[in-house]
Design a protein around this ligand. Structure first.
Ligand code: R5P
Length: 300
Protein backbone atom coordinates (compact mmCIF):
# COMPACT_ATOMS: atom_id res chain seq x y z
CA UNK A 1 0.00 0.00 0.00
CA UNK A 2 1.33 3.44 -0.94
CA UNK A 3 2.12 5.89 1.90
CA UNK A 4 2.70 9.57 1.31
CA UNK A 5 3.89 12.25 3.75
CA UNK A 6 2.09 15.53 3.08
CA UNK A 7 3.44 18.69 4.70
CA UNK A 8 1.05 21.20 6.22
CA UNK A 9 2.22 24.70 5.20
CA UNK A 10 5.62 25.47 6.76
CA UNK A 11 6.33 21.87 7.78
CA UNK A 12 8.08 20.70 4.61
CA UNK A 13 11.36 19.82 6.43
CA UNK A 14 9.43 17.60 8.86
CA UNK A 15 7.59 15.80 6.02
CA UNK A 16 10.81 15.37 4.07
CA UNK A 17 12.70 13.91 7.02
CA UNK A 18 9.89 11.50 7.90
CA UNK A 19 9.48 10.43 4.29
CA UNK A 20 13.23 9.70 4.18
CA UNK A 21 13.20 7.79 7.46
CA UNK A 22 10.20 5.73 6.32
CA UNK A 23 11.43 5.48 2.72
CA UNK A 24 8.06 6.64 1.42
CA UNK A 25 7.00 9.37 -0.96
CA UNK A 26 7.00 13.02 0.09
CA UNK A 27 3.98 14.83 -1.29
CA UNK A 28 3.73 18.44 -2.20
CA UNK A 29 1.11 21.02 -1.23
CA UNK A 30 0.75 24.50 -2.73
CA UNK A 31 -0.55 27.16 -0.39
CA UNK A 32 -0.74 30.89 -0.29
CA UNK A 33 -2.91 33.59 1.20
CA UNK A 34 -5.59 35.24 -0.88
CA UNK A 35 -5.38 39.06 -0.74
CA UNK A 36 -7.96 39.06 2.06
CA UNK A 37 -5.86 36.67 4.19
CA UNK A 38 -7.92 33.54 3.53
CA UNK A 39 -6.07 30.29 2.74
CA UNK A 40 -5.58 28.82 -0.76
CA UNK A 41 -4.53 25.17 -0.72
CA UNK A 42 -3.89 22.58 -3.45
CA UNK A 43 -2.55 19.05 -3.04
CA UNK A 44 -0.11 18.75 -5.94
CA UNK A 45 0.56 15.00 -5.50
CA UNK A 46 -1.59 11.99 -6.29
CA UNK A 47 -3.12 10.77 -3.02
CA UNK A 48 -5.74 8.41 -4.52
CA UNK A 49 -5.65 5.02 -2.76
CA UNK A 50 -2.73 6.17 -0.57
CA UNK A 51 -2.32 6.29 3.17
CA UNK A 52 -1.73 9.96 3.85
CA UNK A 53 0.46 11.13 6.73
CA UNK A 54 -0.08 14.85 7.31
CA UNK A 55 3.00 16.36 9.01
CA UNK A 56 2.55 19.46 11.16
CA UNK A 57 4.00 20.52 14.46
CA UNK A 58 1.28 22.46 16.23
CA UNK A 59 3.09 25.30 18.00
CA UNK A 60 1.08 28.48 17.30
CA UNK A 61 -1.90 26.31 16.30
CA UNK A 62 -4.56 28.92 15.65
CA UNK A 63 -2.97 30.18 12.42
CA UNK A 64 -2.63 26.60 11.13
CA UNK A 65 -6.09 25.22 11.76
CA UNK A 66 -7.80 26.16 8.50
CA UNK A 67 -5.02 24.73 6.32
CA UNK A 68 -4.83 21.57 8.45
CA UNK A 69 -8.54 20.89 8.06
CA UNK A 70 -8.56 21.80 4.36
CA UNK A 71 -5.56 19.52 3.74
CA UNK A 72 -7.07 16.48 5.48
CA UNK A 73 -10.51 16.92 3.93
CA UNK A 74 -9.14 17.53 0.43
CA UNK A 75 -6.98 14.42 0.68
CA UNK A 76 -10.12 12.42 1.51
CA UNK A 77 -12.07 13.99 -1.37
CA UNK A 78 -9.19 13.04 -3.71
CA UNK A 79 -9.45 9.38 -2.68
CA UNK A 80 -6.96 8.90 0.17
CA UNK A 81 -7.60 5.62 2.00
CA UNK A 82 -6.76 7.16 5.38
CA UNK A 83 -5.51 10.49 6.65
CA UNK A 84 -3.47 10.63 9.87
CA UNK A 85 -1.61 13.41 11.62
CA UNK A 86 1.97 13.40 12.87
CA UNK A 87 2.13 16.37 15.24
CA UNK A 88 5.44 16.20 17.15
CA UNK A 89 4.06 19.00 19.36
CA UNK A 90 0.39 18.78 20.30
CA UNK A 91 -1.05 22.15 21.30
CA UNK A 92 -3.55 23.13 24.00
CA UNK A 93 -2.97 20.17 26.31
CA UNK A 94 -2.15 22.37 29.34
CA UNK A 95 -5.65 23.88 29.47
CA UNK A 96 -6.97 20.56 30.74
CA UNK A 97 -9.61 21.67 33.27
CA UNK A 98 -11.86 24.69 33.85
CA UNK A 99 -9.52 26.59 36.19
CA UNK A 100 -12.05 29.46 36.43
CA UNK A 101 -15.81 29.30 35.85
CA UNK A 102 -16.69 29.75 32.19
CA UNK A 103 -13.28 28.84 30.74
CA UNK A 104 -12.97 26.67 27.63
CA UNK A 105 -11.35 23.32 28.40
CA UNK A 106 -9.25 23.69 25.26
CA UNK A 107 -7.46 20.34 25.57
CA UNK A 108 -10.73 18.44 25.14
CA UNK A 109 -12.08 20.78 22.46
CA UNK A 110 -8.88 20.70 20.40
CA UNK A 111 -8.66 16.91 20.68
CA UNK A 112 -12.30 16.72 19.55
CA UNK A 113 -11.55 18.88 16.51
CA UNK A 114 -8.55 16.73 15.51
CA UNK A 115 -10.62 13.57 16.07
CA UNK A 116 -13.23 14.92 13.61
CA UNK A 117 -10.52 15.65 11.05
CA UNK A 118 -8.05 12.74 11.14
CA UNK A 119 -8.15 8.94 11.35
CA UNK A 120 -5.23 8.71 13.78
CA UNK A 121 -2.73 10.89 15.60
CA UNK A 122 0.88 10.45 16.65
CA UNK A 123 2.63 12.95 18.90
CA UNK A 124 5.67 13.28 21.16
CA UNK A 125 5.15 13.68 24.90
CA UNK A 126 1.83 15.51 25.06
CA UNK A 127 1.28 17.43 28.30
CA UNK A 128 -0.69 14.73 30.12
CA UNK A 129 -1.29 15.80 33.69
CA UNK A 130 -4.90 16.06 34.82
CA UNK A 131 -5.86 14.20 31.63
CA UNK A 132 -4.20 10.83 32.18
CA UNK A 133 -4.10 9.46 28.64
CA UNK A 134 -4.65 10.62 25.07
CA UNK A 135 -7.49 8.09 24.80
CA UNK A 136 -9.40 10.10 27.41
CA UNK A 137 -9.80 13.01 24.96
CA UNK A 138 -9.26 11.56 21.46
CA UNK A 139 -11.89 9.47 19.68
CA UNK A 140 -9.27 8.22 17.18
CA UNK A 141 -6.22 6.00 17.82
CA UNK A 142 -3.68 8.37 19.41
CA UNK A 143 -0.09 7.36 20.11
CA UNK A 144 2.52 9.01 22.33
CA UNK A 145 6.21 8.75 21.45
CA UNK A 146 8.38 9.32 24.54
CA UNK A 147 11.31 11.73 24.25
CA UNK A 148 12.97 10.44 27.45
CA UNK A 149 15.21 7.82 25.79
CA UNK A 150 16.58 10.43 23.37
CA UNK A 151 17.08 13.05 26.12
CA UNK A 152 18.75 10.52 28.42
CA UNK A 153 21.10 9.45 25.65
CA UNK A 154 22.02 13.11 24.98
CA UNK A 155 22.71 13.69 28.68
CA UNK A 156 24.88 10.57 28.93
CA UNK A 157 26.99 11.75 25.99
CA UNK A 158 27.22 15.45 26.80
CA UNK A 159 26.91 16.11 30.54
CA UNK A 160 29.44 15.12 33.19
CA UNK A 161 28.02 14.21 36.66
CA UNK A 162 24.44 15.22 35.89
CA UNK A 163 21.69 15.70 38.48
CA UNK A 164 18.25 15.69 36.84
CA UNK A 165 15.98 18.39 38.31
CA UNK A 166 12.29 18.95 37.67
CA UNK A 167 10.77 22.35 38.48
CA UNK A 168 7.37 20.95 39.48
CA UNK A 169 5.24 17.87 39.95
CA UNK A 170 4.09 18.08 36.32
CA UNK A 171 7.66 17.46 35.17
CA UNK A 172 8.10 14.47 37.47
CA UNK A 173 7.09 11.88 34.86
CA UNK A 174 9.95 12.95 32.56
CA UNK A 175 12.42 13.50 35.40
CA UNK A 176 12.02 9.98 36.85
CA UNK A 177 12.23 8.27 33.45
CA UNK A 178 15.27 10.28 32.29
CA UNK A 179 17.00 9.84 35.65
CA UNK A 180 16.60 6.09 35.41
CA UNK A 181 17.68 5.88 31.74
CA UNK A 182 20.65 8.24 32.25
CA UNK A 183 21.58 6.53 35.53
CA UNK A 184 21.69 9.92 37.31
CA UNK A 185 20.17 11.11 40.60
CA UNK A 186 17.11 13.35 40.46
CA UNK A 187 14.97 15.71 42.51
CA UNK A 188 11.67 17.48 41.91
CA UNK A 189 10.89 21.00 43.18
CA UNK A 190 7.59 22.81 43.68
CA UNK A 191 6.14 25.50 41.46
CA UNK A 192 3.26 27.91 41.91
CA UNK A 193 2.05 29.75 38.83
CA UNK A 194 0.79 33.22 39.60
CA UNK A 195 0.23 34.31 35.99
CA UNK A 196 1.29 33.68 32.39
CA UNK A 197 4.70 35.24 33.06
CA UNK A 198 4.99 34.77 36.80
CA UNK A 199 5.98 31.59 38.63
CA UNK A 200 7.56 30.84 42.00
CA UNK A 201 9.81 27.77 42.31
CA UNK A 202 10.72 26.46 45.75
CA UNK A 203 12.29 23.39 47.33
CA UNK A 204 15.05 22.01 49.49
CA UNK A 205 18.25 21.45 47.57
CA UNK A 206 20.95 18.92 48.46
CA UNK A 207 24.67 19.76 48.13
CA UNK A 208 25.21 19.94 44.36
CA UNK A 209 28.93 20.74 44.38
CA UNK A 210 30.79 18.92 41.63
CA UNK A 211 27.53 18.15 39.85
CA UNK A 212 25.96 19.57 36.68
CA UNK A 213 22.29 20.46 37.28
CA UNK A 214 20.14 19.49 34.29
CA UNK A 215 16.69 21.08 34.42
CA UNK A 216 14.03 19.07 32.63
CA UNK A 217 10.58 20.23 31.55
CA UNK A 218 8.23 19.31 28.74
CA UNK A 219 7.74 22.88 27.49
CA UNK A 220 9.61 26.18 27.46
CA UNK A 221 7.02 28.86 26.76
CA UNK A 222 7.66 32.15 28.59
CA UNK A 223 10.84 30.56 30.00
CA UNK A 224 9.90 31.65 33.51
CA UNK A 225 9.67 28.13 34.95
CA UNK A 226 13.21 27.27 33.84
CA UNK A 227 14.56 30.76 34.64
CA UNK A 228 13.24 30.77 38.20
CA UNK A 229 14.51 27.23 38.79
CA UNK A 230 17.93 28.29 37.51
CA UNK A 231 17.94 31.27 39.89
CA UNK A 232 17.06 29.06 42.86
CA UNK A 233 19.93 26.69 42.03
CA UNK A 234 22.50 29.44 41.52
CA UNK A 235 21.46 31.13 44.79
CA UNK A 236 22.12 27.80 46.54
CA UNK A 237 25.66 27.69 45.10
CA UNK A 238 25.08 25.14 42.31
CA UNK A 239 26.84 25.35 38.93
CA UNK A 240 24.97 27.11 36.10
CA UNK A 241 22.34 24.61 34.94
CA UNK A 242 21.76 23.07 31.54
CA UNK A 243 18.09 23.53 30.60
CA UNK A 244 16.55 20.71 28.56
CA UNK A 245 12.97 20.74 27.26
CA UNK A 246 11.01 18.58 24.86
CA UNK A 247 9.03 21.35 23.12
CA UNK A 248 10.66 24.69 22.25
CA UNK A 249 7.71 27.08 22.14
CA UNK A 250 9.81 30.09 23.17
CA UNK A 251 7.32 32.92 23.55
CA UNK A 252 8.82 36.41 23.04
CA UNK A 253 11.34 37.16 25.79
CA UNK A 254 11.99 33.51 26.74
CA UNK A 255 15.53 33.36 25.38
CA UNK A 256 16.52 36.54 27.25
CA UNK A 257 14.85 35.31 30.45
CA UNK A 258 16.91 32.12 30.39
CA UNK A 259 20.15 33.93 29.56
CA UNK A 260 19.62 36.53 32.30
CA UNK A 261 18.81 33.78 34.83
CA UNK A 262 22.26 32.27 34.21
CA UNK A 263 21.47 29.08 32.26
CA UNK A 264 24.70 27.52 30.99
CA UNK A 265 23.01 26.07 27.92
CA UNK A 266 19.48 25.52 26.58
CA UNK A 267 18.78 22.37 24.59
CA UNK A 268 15.51 21.09 23.09
CA UNK A 269 14.14 18.21 21.04
CA UNK A 270 13.23 18.87 17.41
CA UNK A 271 9.45 18.66 17.91
CA UNK A 272 9.21 22.39 17.18
CA UNK A 273 11.85 23.94 14.91
CA UNK A 274 14.10 26.21 16.99
CA UNK A 275 17.74 27.25 17.24
CA UNK A 276 18.09 25.23 20.47
CA UNK A 277 17.15 21.90 18.82
CA UNK A 278 19.92 19.39 19.57
CA UNK A 279 18.04 16.17 20.32
CA UNK A 280 16.58 14.30 17.36
CA UNK A 281 13.35 12.46 18.26
CA UNK A 282 12.09 11.91 14.71
CA UNK A 283 13.52 8.34 14.58
CA UNK A 284 11.15 7.58 17.49
CA UNK A 285 8.21 8.77 15.40
CA UNK A 286 9.38 6.83 12.34
CA UNK A 287 9.71 3.67 14.44
CA UNK A 288 6.04 3.84 15.52
CA UNK A 289 4.46 4.72 12.18
CA UNK A 290 4.57 1.36 10.34
CA UNK A 291 2.51 -0.34 13.09
CA UNK A 292 -0.02 2.51 13.13
CA UNK A 293 -0.43 2.41 9.34
CA UNK A 294 -0.76 -1.37 9.39
CA UNK A 295 -3.42 -1.15 12.10
CA UNK A 296 -5.41 1.47 10.18
CA UNK A 297 -5.15 -0.56 6.95
CA UNK A 298 -7.00 -3.44 8.62
CA UNK A 299 -10.03 -1.14 9.06
CA UNK A 300 -10.53 -0.42 5.31
C1 R5P B 1 3.38 23.35 32.62
O1 R5P B 1 3.10 22.88 33.67
C2 R5P B 1 4.51 22.86 31.78
O2 R5P B 1 4.95 21.62 32.23
C3 R5P B 1 5.67 23.83 31.77
O3 R5P B 1 6.26 23.89 33.04
C4 R5P B 1 5.23 25.22 31.38
O4 R5P B 1 4.43 25.18 30.23
C5 R5P B 1 6.41 26.12 31.16
O5 R5P B 1 5.92 27.38 30.85
P1 R5P B 1 6.80 28.70 31.00
O6 R5P B 1 8.01 28.52 30.16
O7 R5P B 1 5.88 29.78 30.50
O8 R5P B 1 7.11 28.87 32.45
Amino acid sequence: MRTICLPAPGHEPLAQRLANLLTVEQGSVDTRRFPDGETYLRIASDVKNAQVVVCASLAAPDGQLASLIFLAQTARELGALSVGLVAPYLAYMRQDIRFKPGEAVSARLFAGLLSDTFDWLLTVDPHLHRIAALADVFRIPATRVPAAPFIASWIRTNIPSPVIIGPDVESEQWVREISSLADAPCLVLEKRRLGDHEVVVQGTLPDLSGKTPVLIDDIISSGQTMANTARLLLAAGASPPVCVAVHALFAPGATDALRMAGAARVVTCNTVQHATNAIDVLPGIAAELPAILKGIATTY
